[in-house]
Design a protein around this ligand. Structure first.
Ligand code: GDP
Ligand code: IMO
Ligand code: MG
Length: 426
């Protein structure tokens, strides 16, 4: 069984919870894109874990957690996270593998991102400031990129470091004269220490996954971000820098998407977005605040309040189509429990024209007026429901309407953060 879990909105759809749930039935859990911009929350046994760089699989003793070539990895924060996990769950040992092809986030990537963000006009993308975009830019530019495997070839890396750091210092000083120049030796030595600590985990993960396929191992792909943040298909330029829709699985892991048996798309029962960019169904009223409060909608990574609004079936439907989902999960349904009525955006009106197509240009999306279908609320507690027939009829109608509009059957409905608070529909 090869399974993939993808967010269909702008991230934070509860992918972490669903990956954790599915981990029981898988032997390998794979992160293949993004980096520590992700924040995946898992709750079980009365404990909460928040992982950014490590695959969720690392929390399970029977699972090998794999970080693939498409990921950008900050070794410093990765190690801190690994230490924290080991402190709580015991040694990870050989259950973690990091691709030698993955790109390394360097200190200048964070500095560059902060300086560029300050210098940029117009609406800010509102990135997580983790050096994600600047590291992916480096990868596309090639000349100054550092891959994980490079850290273990110090003789060829050291002279490259001189050249890179001198270039970066020139750029950074021009952008912000108050910045202290970076010291090549300092950074090099620090990264050699990180590299030594991570050496036991570094592997050719592509070969490892190909062998796992031959051995018919059960593999679970853990998507980060969401389909609408995809660099090619998302709400550009208000996106992340990787293919965070289903399109990214193959590119990031080196495993063909043809082997995936189940592509599971996760949506929230409403919409959230953190950072800049248009969000047609955003609510600036008490209902928006009610959803934010009940859903604890504050960023896992940056703590920023998430923008909240009604479920947008035009946006999520587009996310589902580009990701090619077989099934969907509707999560955080319980957050809507108290509302007298609930709305679903089923079309946009742009310049007086009604459409169910998701516009390519941010200006058109910003001009889109949601056309809503209003459904009665259920005003009762769903957090204890464990079967579809235990859900209030209106709640059931609501999730079924979402599935119908997304043209995909329901796999699970999530009614609380805990692993147990899940309705298995299939
Ligand atoms: P991810 O980035 O997609 O993994 O999602 P996040 O972890 O950033 O955000 C989802 C948040 O919702 C986390 O705090 C979860 O613990 C929580 N959560 C997950 N599923 C549910 C649910 O069904 N109901 C409620 N109330 N919270 C949930
Ligand atoms: P998970 O995996 C929600 C958003 C940022 C910003 C944009 C670009 O937890 O769902 P970046 O730092 O990636 O260059 O920022 O993307 N963003 C996320 N939003 N969930 C995430 O990850 C996100 N990762 C990035 O807020 O708008
Ligand atoms: Mg998150």
């Amino acid at each position: 069984m090869i399974t993939s879990v993808i967010g269909l909105q702008w991230g934070d759809e509860a992918k972490g919870k669903i990956v954790d749930l599915l981990t029981e039935k898988h032997e390998i859990v794979v992160r293949y894109q993004g980096g520590n911009n992700a924040g995946h929350t898992v709750k079980f046994g009365g404990q909460t874990y928040k992982l950014s760089g490590l695959p969720i699989g690392v929390l399970h003793d029977h699972v090998t957690a794999v970080v693939c070539p498409g990921v950008v990895l900050n070794p410093e924060t990765f190690l801190a996270e690994l230490d924290a996990v080991e402190e709580r769950r015991g040694p990870v040992e050989d259950r973690l593998k990091i691709s030698d092809r993955a790109h390394v986030i360097m200190p200048w990537h964070m500095l560059e991102e902060a300086a560029l963000d300050k210098a940029r006009g117009g609406e800010s993308i509102g990135t997580t400031m983790r050096g994600i975009g600047t590291c992916y830019r480096e990868k596309a530019g090639r000349g100054h990129a550092v891959r994980f495997g490079d850290l273990y070839k110090p003789d060829s890396l050291r002279p490259r470091f001189d050249e890179i750091v001198s270039f970066k210092n020139t750029i950074l000083q021009a952008l912000d004269p108050e910045l202290e120049p970076l010291d090549t030796g300092d950074v090099f030595d620090r990264y050699q220490v990180f590299a030594e600590r991570l050496r036991p985990y570094v592997a050719d993960t592509t070969a490892l996954l190909h062998q796992a396929l031959r051995d018919e191992k059960k593999i679970l792909f853990e998507g980060a971000q969401g389909s609408l943040l995809d660099i090619d298909h998302g709400t550009f330029p208000f996106v992340t820098s990787s293919n965070s829709s289903g399109c990214g699985v193959h590119a990031g892991s080196g495993v063909s998407e043809r082997v995936i048996d189940r592509m599971i798309g996760v949506v929230k029962a409403y919409t959230t977005r953190v950072g800049g960019g248009p969000c047609p169904t955003e609510l600036h009223d008490d209902t928006g605040q009610h959803i934010r409060d009940r859903g604890h909608e504050y960023g896992t990574v940056t703590g920023r309040p998430r923008r909240c609004g009604w479920f947008d079936a035009v946006a999520a439907g587009y996310g589902a189509r580009i990701s090619g989902v077989d099934q969907i999960v509707v999560a955080l349904l319980d957050v809507l429990d108290e509302l007298p009525e609930v709305r679903i955006c089923e079309a946009y009106e742009i310049d007086g024209v009604r459409t169910t197509n998701f516009p390519a240009h941010a200006d058109d999306l910003a001009a889109a007026k949601p056309v809503y279908r209003t459904l009665p609320g259920w005003q009762s507690d769903t957090s204890g429901c464990r079967r579809m027939d235990e859900l209030p009829a209106n709640a059931r109608a609501y999730v079924e309407t979402i599935a119908e509009l997304l043209e995909a059957p329901l796999a699970y409905v999530s009614v609380g953060p805990d692993r147990e608070q899940t309705i298995v529909v299939e």
